[in-house]
Design a protein around this ligand. Structure first.
Ligand code: DAH
Length: 348
């Protein structure tokens, strides 16, 4: 009699616990765990109640079984209601977390910029292409012959000391100057020649204004009757395009083995107009490139008749041009890939 009451009591205890438990569930994971513990499987609380039936007298079994089944039906119905409620709740939570506020201003899209050296290179190419120059791009690995000997700088020539060279073997080296391109072009083609040769060059040199790798742009014009005057005329047009109208040029005597005469070209300071400032160190002039009349020996080395033809050549350092143009005093800023610096230069 005693046992019988305990069994009937546990039916109402379980019902109350189910109701209580269902109220505490926070998500569907907890709901399915609840289903395992209470409703489903041989070890669930409901199954355990069913097993208790064995201890009852046969006359009571039927009514007890019926009561358990009712409880079971009720519990599954409550579960189904809860399942539906959880589904809606979780959908709602997802909507909340994925909600997009269309009134928030959009983040500006970040687009890339061209590197200052590329900008300078493109600008110079545009200027010279408009004057009729063709582009010739040589190779970064050169032979000693093209980089030096053919440019009138044989093995024992003191001018070899002007450039600290990275040799790969006694014959091959990393080109120290784009001037090597002059020889390749003149070997292949008779005048008239008008080429521009941009590219990277390499020297064992490293400080605030020098880098072991830098960029140059070589120009070469060979034809009948070309003089230093043609060079000067072309340079005047060039500096006005790069540094602004009113910029003047001046030629100072210099020395390069492959030009005779050789000149160092200055332009009037584009910062102060020639009065003298910190950029031009008070002189009113800024050195921009090396140039000269092509040495007859160089023409002859390439099989060009130096009695019939003459030419001029020039070499521009692109990093130096960019540093002047953007007002930066350390060449490393151009190579460090610091986006803050590059972005500022692009805004100039
Ligand atoms: N190759 C020279 C250098 O790297 C620059 C140069 C000077 C090139 C005079 C020329 C030139 O074509 O005529 O220092």
């Amino acid at each position: 009699m005693e046992e019988k009451n305990v069994l009937w009591d546990s039916l109402s205890v379980l019902k109350a616990r189910i109701e209580e438990e269902l109220d505490t569930l926070k998500n569907s994971k907890e709901l399915y765990e609840f289903k395992n513990v209470y409703l489903e499987g041989k070890k669930s609380k409901l199954s355990e109640l069913m097993k208790g039936m064995r201890e009852l007298e046969s006359d009571e079994r039927a009514s007890y079984g019926k009561a358990v089944n009712q409880l079971k039906e009720w519990a599954f119905e409550r579960f189904a209601q809860m399942e539906e409620k959880m589904r809606e709740l979780e959908l709602q939570r997802r909507y909340e977390s994925e909600k997009i506020d269309l009134s928030i201003p959009a983040e500006p899209a970040r687009i890339g910029n061209l590197h200052p050296i590329t900008l300078v290179r493109n600008q110079l190419i545009d200027i010279f292409a408009a004057m009729g120059f063709e582009i010739y791009e040589g190779t970064e690995i050169e032979t000693d012959y093209y980089n030096f000997t053919a440019l009138n700088t044989p093995q024992d020539h003191p001018a070899r000391d002007m450039q600290d060279t990275f040799y790969l073997s006694p014959e091959f080296l990393l080109r120290t100057q784009t001037s090597a391109g002059q020889i390749h072009v003149m070997e292949k083609k008779q005048p008239p020649i008008k080429i521009l040769s941009p590219g990277k060059v390499f020297r064992s040199d490293d400080d605030a204004t020098h880098s072991p790798m830098f960029s140059q742009m070589e120009g070469l014009v060979v034809d009948k009757g070309i003089t230093l005057g043609d060079l000067k005329g072309m340079l005047d047009v060039f500096v006005q395009k790069v540094y602004g109208e009113g910029t003047r040029t001046r030629l100072r005597p210099s020395y390069f083995p492959f030009t005779e005469p050789s000149v160092e070209v200055d332009c009037s300071c584009f910062e102060c107009g020639g009065k003298g400032c910190s950029l031009c160190k008070g002189t009113g002039w800024i050195e921009i490139l090396g140039a000269g009349v092509v040495n007859k020996k160089v023409l002859e080395n390439c099989g060009i008749d130096s009695e019939e033809y003459s030419g001029f050549a020039f070499g521009i350092g692109l990093e130096r041009t960019a540093m002047l143009k953007y007002g930066i005093n350390n060449i490393k800023l151009l190579f460090n890939s610091d986006l803050r610096v590059l972005k500022q230069l692009n805004e100039k």
